[in-house]
Design a binder for this molecule. Structure first.
Ligand code: C5P
Length: 212
């Protein structure tokens, strides 16, 4: 594996995706939003009218996902996120996607991966591990504002309930639950701007990658 891996984990709407994209641009590294890989599996199953409960089929679908063709515009739909967190509890799906994510992580000159299990399972040897979080209320507020900005109907209480349900499913599953790696740096963005979070993350990454 490439030694230049920045592993970013955290719950939905914590700001980890924005941070990952900015860090990748800053260091000239490749970026993979691993949530999109789980979403792509769910999307394919929904599109073909397949059941979301068939693990063998979901695992075969996971093996066929092309990481270079993940379309955020299509995959970011709310119901695909819900469905993704259901297929993400399946060990065979995780095994297929994690192997491909590890291959991606080894791309020179370096990579940034964001998800739920990057520092704990996908890249446990990553020299930089960040765990980005924020309170459920702050995350729901951000998600509701994003939805409103794109003209989608928004109900804050509904968004908050969805976030709590997704957190419980992601943290409570037995295979690769969402949790900080023991050696992850915690960044609570509840009261931080994205700029401040980016600067804090750069200081951590510069030190670990010997860039200072
Ligand atoms: O991050 P995003 O909301 O796009 O992820 C969708 C779902 O995919 C998450 O709720 C989680 O269940 C799953 N996921 C995962 N492991 C990852 C990334 C995402 O289980 N590394």
């Amino acid at each position: 594996m490439s030694i230049n891996v920045i592993a970013i984990d955290g719950p939905a709407a914590s700001g980890k995706g924005t941070l990952a994209r900015r860090l990748a641009a800053h260091y000239g590294f490749h970026h993979l939003d691993t949530g999109l890989t789980y979403r792509a599996v769910a999307h394919e199953l929904i599109e073909t009218g397949a059941s979301l409960d068939d693990e063998a089929l979901a695992a075969r679908t996971a093996l066929s996902i092309d990481f270079s063709a993940l379309d955020r515009n299509i995959l970011s739909a709310h119901e695909i996120g819900e469905a993704a967190s259901k297929v993400a509890v399946m060990p065979q799906v995780r095994k297929a996607l994690v192997e491909a994510q590890r291959r991606f992580a080894a791309t020179p000159p370096g990579t940034v991966l964001d998800g739920r299990d990057i520092g704990t399972v996908v890249c446990p040897d990553a020299p930089v591990k960040l765990y980005v979080t924020a309170s459920p209320e702050v995350r729901a507020g951000r998600r509701a504002a994003e939805m409103a900005a794109t003209g989608q109907p928004t109900d804050y209480d509904q968004v908050l309930a969805d976030i709590r349900r997704r957190d419980a499913r992601d943290s409570g599953r037995s295979d690769s639950p969402l949790k900080p790696a023991d050696d992850a740096h915690l960044l609570d963005t509840s009261e931080m701007t994205i700029e401040a979070a980016f600067e804090a993350a750069c200081a951590i990454a510069d030190a670990a990658l010997n860039r200072n």
